[in-house]
Design a protein around this ligand. Sequence first.
Ligand SMILES: CCCCCCCCCCCCC[C@@H](O)CC(=O)SCCNC(=O)CCNC(=O)[C@H](O)C(C)(C)COP(=O)(O)OP(=O)(O)OC[C@H]1O[C@@H](n2cnc3c(N)ncnc32)[C@H](O)[C@@H]1OP(=O)(O)O
Length: 242
Amino acid sequence: MASTEEDGSVEEKENNNKKRTKSAIAVAWLTFYNIAMTAGWLVLAMAMMRFYIQKGTHKGLYKSIARTLKFFQTIALVEVVHCAIGIVRTSVIVTGVQVCSRIFMVWFITNSIKQIQNEESVILFLAVWTFTEITRYSFYTFNLLNHLPYFIKWARYNMFIIMYPLGVAGELLTIYTALPYVRKTGMLSMRLPNKYNVSFDYYYFLIIVMLSYIPLFPQLYFHMLRQRRKVLLGEIIVEKDE
Ligand SMILES: CCCCCCCCCCCCC[C@@H](O)CC(=O)SCCNC(=O)CCNC(=O)[C@H](O)C(C)(C)COP(=O)(O)OP(=O)(O)OC[C@H]1O[C@@H](n2cnc3c(N)ncnc32)[C@H](O)[C@@H]1OP(=O)(O)O
């Protein structure tokens, strides 16, 4: 009996040690990741401001920052992995929708359709994303370091109230502006007959994407409102299993 108890406690200790090592590694990785992402979005913010100050126009701005934007927005896929392996307490679905919709905007809309790159709506969502991500990643960084200034916490859980609708407006307007080009060129579409016997119309796909904002965006918005109540007002919120 005694030896079993001893074994149990040794096993427990080993498990606790493993957990501690895992969480130390996770914290180190997340700190590095959040610092890198804050820096990346700060670089983007500075590049955009410099471009506008030097040229006095937003025309050509997207092209000048495209590579950096694609890099840092695509890297954000790692955040879905963070949720999946449980190193952050966030829903895989919520994070997945947020990250995938951004990657779709960057790669399959703005990057693929050159004719829309100079639209004001592109600048709108870029400015909103940049502000949001600098706030969000610096919030996570300072939080992990246990030195979170109140104004960053306040900005993280208040600014989204205006920024989310503005970002969505920029994204939807951009897709809407792209529709005529997509229809005219038939880009990324497959018409029958073809050897795979498959038909795909990117124009209608984009309309479906626009419509999917109606059910999906409120889920993200209400998720953030719940987080806001939890963090700023200290409410205890029982999340449903996902
Ligand atoms: C294939 C085609 C697909 C097309 C789909 C079309 C549908 C599109 C509908 C969606 C529209 C989206 C539009 C959007 O792009 C527009 C904008 O973004 S506009 C800008 C405004 N946006 C925002 O303010 C939201 C920004 N995004 C987020 O905040 C997150 O991505 C979100 C997942 C929405 C929420 O974050 P989360 O659940 O993580 O909340 P918290 O920040 O409070 O964190 C919860 C806990 O997890 C810890 N955590 C999370 N991440 C990290 C990290 N990287 N490092 C360390 N810790 C992290 C955090 O600290 C919390 O921990 P605890 O509870 O212990 O304090």
